[in-house]
Design a protein around this ligand. Structure first.
Ligand SMILES: [Zn+2]
Length: 73
């Protein structure tokens, strides 16, 4: 599938891999400490290596979260 290698490079290779969601979440909390939560880091399950990574939330997801927050307030 064309583009899959580039996708894997971006989402998986070169990133810290965590065996469990809890591990990744602990790392995320350490990374986000002292920072604005607007840095939008999230834990995601990796379809390439089966592990978990910490990465930035895509703009599309970010907008959905913000829209939902505005509804709640
Ligand atoms: Zn991965």
């Amino acid at each position: 599938m064309p583009g899959q290698n580039a996708q894997r490079r971006k989402a998986c290779l070169g990133k810290q891999r965590y065996a469990t969601h809890a591990d990744a979440e602990a790392a995320l909390r350490a990374l986000a400490q002292g920072r604005d939560w607007q840095s939008w880091l999230a834990v995601y399950r990796c379809g390439f290596c089966g592990g978990h990574h910490v990465g930035h939330v895509p703009a599309k997801v970010r907008q959905a979260i913000l829209a939902r927050r505005q509804e709640v307030q």
